[in-house]
Design a protein around this ligand. Structure first.
Ligand code: IPM
Ligand code: SF4
Length: 461
């Protein structure tokens, strides 16, 4: 029987199998950040265990870093302490750290792919649920807990039970203005936030084949929001072209050799999956969430369902929305374009395409937070920073920022924020804040109009 992409990568990394039990999987790359690594370093220290392969670990500072004045000492004592600890731990163990202000610094799921650290066929982990992002390259990438971070530090491997296989296929033609973010928000709105529990997902079909790497990363990023351990997309010419020439990618002959191996990875035609979903691309529209989990999504001009279960009622109360109403015309005072879901150059290009030559509405605070220093550099090279500044947007320095509001970038209680991030949980962007997840295009349009508008009308007419 044929093998799936997941099977091929998994099987190539099994070090040992415990009879009737879990397997030991070798991990190629271990990414770490300041929030989930300190306890793991402490555990190793306490037990006197050295780090097995420090050269396979890459560290960045992203979660609670300030997004203004990064050249100055960090004000917040908790953040400062975590960042200092990360620096100390990396120094001590010889781990490469791209700290605050470094030209390679950024959100872990933005900086690693753009440096060529993320490659097809790899196993990658990080103490962070959105590690699924890296699956866009055809790698098995998933988030791990702190005790597993310690396990990987100690052994460069993990004790794991193989997950079940799930395939989500989307075929057909997307309408103009429908972005990768809409595709994944649509999928989650259809199958729910638990559909992927216990599964590792592969995205297949011409819609993903035609997507850029940035778009594929947006999709794989949110795999975790449908409950899956991770998501992946078969590597192809788009993948190879993206990686070629990147700082840590194989170079010259080594690259050609790598590509010939990567070409063997896509799922065999006769491989089967434990569960499959199929969607028609034409059914997808720009999406918005109205509730407090990413599955509570509707098309931009649809109505919120009339009634639902307890979770639904509670969510509507928190969001102050009425069942059966539309979100169009809702006044919005905060727009956040950022996070590891949508803070890459392509996201800013599409937002700028709407913003160019216009002014943001006076009521809106429009925050742009690039995912990395490299993205900042690209923005400037392409003159997009000027487009946004001229329109009245605030361009901040890289980091997770208002995605989870661990730093000062908080949305005030009671305010709506149209956000390109991936989670709309209660209080996620600040206590009492109300998040509406959307694409960078919808977010940009909201900032300009000061309210939610039907972009299918504004951009097409
Ligand atoms: C802080 C970290 C553990 C967390 C995660 O794992 O996802 C964060 O990145 C998030 O998005 O909520
Ligand atoms: S940007 Fe948001 S989702 Fe991504 S790693 Fe940071 S906090 Fe988590």
């Amino acid at each position: 029987m044929g093998k799936t992409l997941f099977d091929k990568v998994w099987d190539a990394h099994v070090v040992d199998t415990i009879p009737d039990g879990p397997q030991i999987l070798y991990i190629d790359k271990h990414l770490i950040h300041e929030v989930t690594s300190p306890q793991a370093f402490n555990e190793l220290e306490a037990r006197g265990i050295p780090i097995a392969r420090p050269d396979q670990i890459v560290a960045t500072a992203d979660h609670n870093t300030p997004t203004v004045n990064q050249h100055l000492p960090v004000q917040d004592p908790l953040s400062r302490n975590q960042l200092e600890q990360l620096t100390k731990n990396c120094d001590k163990h010889g781990i490469t750290l791209y700290g605050l202000g470094h030209q390679y610094n950024g959100i872990v799921h933005v900086m690693a792919p753009e440096l060529g650290i993320t490659q097809p066929g790899m196993t990658m982990v990080c103490g962070d649920s959105h590690t699924s992002t890296h699956g866009a390259f055809g790698s098995i990438a998933f988030g791990i807990g702190t005790s597993q971070v310690a396990q990987v530090f100690a052994s460069q491997s993990l004790l794991l039970k193989k997950p079940k296989s799930l395939r989500v296929s989307v075929n057909g033609t997307l309408a103009p203005g429908v972005l990768p973010k809409d595709v994944i928000l649509y999928i989650i709105s259809q199958i729910g936030t638990n559909a992927g529990t216990g599964y590792f997902c592969e995205y297949a079909g011409n819609v993903f084949e035609e997507m850029s790497m940035e778009g594929r990363m947006t999709v794989c990023n949110m795999s975790i929001e449908m409950g899956a351990r991770g998501g992946m997309i078969a590597p192809d010419q788009t993948t190879f072209d993206y990686i070629e020439g990147k700082k840590f990618a194989p170079q010259g002959d080594a690259f050609a050799k790598a590509v010939s191996y990567w070409k063997t990875l896509p799922t065999d035609p006769d491989a089967t999956f434990d569960k499959e979903y199929h969607f028609d691309a034409a059914a997808i529209a720009p999406m918005l969430t109205y509730g407090t989990n990413p599955g509570m999504g509707i098309k931009i001009n649809e109505h919120i369902p009339e009634t639902g279960d307890m979770t639904f009622e509670k969510a509507l109360e928190y969001m102050d929305f009425k069942g059966g109403s539309q979100l169009l015309d809702t006044t919005i005072n905060y727009v956040f374009i950022g996070s590891c879901t949508n803070s890459r150059i392509e996201d800013f290009r599409v937002a700028a395409s709407y913003v160019k030559g216009k002014q943001k509405a006076p009521n809106v605070n429009a925050w742009l937070v690039p995912g990395s220093q490299q993205v900042v550099k690209q923005l400037k090279e392409e003159g997009l920073d000027e487009v946004f500044k001229n329109a009245g947007f605030t361009l901040r320095e890289p980091g997770c920022s208002a995605c989870l509001a661990m730093n000062d970038d908080k949305i005030p209680a009671g305010e709506y924020c149209v956000s390109t991030s991936n989670r709309n949980f209660e209080g996620r962007q600040g206590q009492g804040s109300r998040t509406i997840l959307a694409s960078p295009l919808v977010a940009a349009a909201t900032a300009i109009e000061g309210k939610i508008v039907d972009i299918t009308k504004t951009i097409l007419t």
